[in-house]
Design a protein around this ligand. Sequence first.
Ligand code: RB5
Length: 145
Amino acid sequence: MKIAISSDHGGNNLRKEIVNLLNELGIDYKDFGPQTDDSVDYPDYAAPVAERVANGEFDRGILICGTGIGMSISANKVKGIRCALVHDVFSAKATRGHNDSNVLAMGERVIGPGLAREIAKTWLTEEFEGGRHEKRVQKITALEQ
Ligand code: RB5
């Protein structure tokens, strides 16, 4: 599995935590920045990750901003992206199992690094359940037309 990850300035610290986690788990990734703590606009950093997941260059993406909201709204504008804004472990498991989410968004100003790591770990390892959820995901895709 290959992960694309980015943040805005509000998510820089948590992004570094999650990059450490990816290293610990031995998961291949590319970090799309930002490289400084300067103020940036979250859509500019959501787009490269969302577009590369949508075109298949990366399997999944992780996006972090202050709340996770701006990143998730931006990512979900890209066709083929199912970005889930998650701040608890139950939802991390459910959104993989039920929604087959391909991008995870979290807010650095909402949760601490310990919980964020647990959420990311759960989301990275849970499989899509398929079955009755398959046609629901297909109906999400149909909304893009
Ligand atoms: C930046 O101040 C903040 O607005 C951003 O990180 C995010 O929370 C937006 O949704």
